[in-house]
Write a protein that binds this ligand. Sequence first.
Ligand code: MN
Ligand code: MN
Length: 467
Amino acid sequence: MTEEKTVGKELSEKLSYESKSASKLFSKEEKEAAFAFAEPYKRFLDASKTEREAVKTTLKMAKDHGYEEFSYEKTYRPGDKIYSINRGKAIILAQIGKKSLEEGVGIIASHIDSPRIDLKPNPLVETDQIAYLKTHYYGGIKKYQWPTVPLALHGVVVLASGEVKEICIGEEESDPLFYITDLLPHLAQDQMTKKASEVISGERLNILVGSLPLEEDIEAKDAVKLNVLRLLNEKYGMVEEDFLSAELTLVPAMKARDIGLDRSLIGAYGHDDRVCAFPSLAAMLETENPAYTSVLVLTDKEEIGSSGNTGLNTNYLYDFLCELCKDVNPRKALQNSWCLSADVNACYDPTFAEVYDKRNSSLLNHGLVITKYTGARGKSGTSDASAEFVGKIRKLLNENHVAWQIGELGKVDQGGGGTVAQYIAKLNIDVVDLGVPVLSMHSPFEAISKLDLYSTYKGCLAFFQRV
Ligand code: MN
Ligand code: MN
């Protein structure tokens, strides 16, 4: 009896698979390193709430590490570091490897746009002596989560002259904030019987922007709206027509903060997908003289399907790679390339256990998550990574002692989603999704684990430093 039990235990250890918590795998030093790594990440988040801001922050870091603007005319040698910016909203970094480009390139792609509340093209209205900005939300949000949350206004306005004005209001302690109202519970009897998708409709996501009339003429028509226009004109030189050529967006004004008494988690707006963009960027900047040419793409528009010329369902990455391969066969380079589509996955949440298949979900603190396929309704709209390629990445991570796990996006037919992986696959490149499990994804304040963030950094580092 005793002997059988031992045999069973031994066999189980040899044959069975369970992902292990990084809290058990990590040494004390590694845990300290993970906590230290979280600090610059939080600063990156606070400085990079839109794709434009993330490009600027990234560019500064890249320049500090010796990256120079890519020029087609120049010939690059191993170790050379270059960058290329696409319309201020996406950025590619590359470091030339020792091997020929035809042996393939190591690419990591993350996105730097996040769900948010965009202004309509003609947003400013006055209703009952209150001025509002009308909005059209960007990306997949649960609309009821966004009222009564402190919001900041970010973006650019192009004036009639063509001059571009940058706007950022609500991030400094002394700044005013913006706000979407909700109904008090006392009068919400009808509202509370509605479906969650209808509790707050898209047309009710109105931003409160002013309530006092123009001092000089309080009886003027739309005096409150006029007062808002006057304030904008004084500060930015803009007039109402300038809204038509603007990209203005409302994002949560909260800063990234530690969560939990043990400070093991980080709460912030926009972890998806800066929680992959930052560790992949850190890994890129840490890498010197790689064997394979390393490429990092921080892209825009993932949250609305990667369309638009700053998203990856267009040619800009392909064009960059072709220009980089001007002296070799780019097709050969592409077909030998490896890519990590670094994006988040849904972290298993015991509070909502019913939507997950636990054994196929990513668990908090169990390290980075590899997602073989995303998609919906029978894997539609995904790049289902091959067993061979997952095998190569598995081997790479294990050899480098990276904490990792495998995960699906919830139960079959519970919903679904996609990433940029399918657009990389379209270039005839091997690609798999890899990233950080996120709690409350797409909400105004998402949560991730510091150990998972650090594991993703270690995974990206192993990928770029592959020999
Ligand atoms: Mn994402
Ligand atoms: Mn997303």
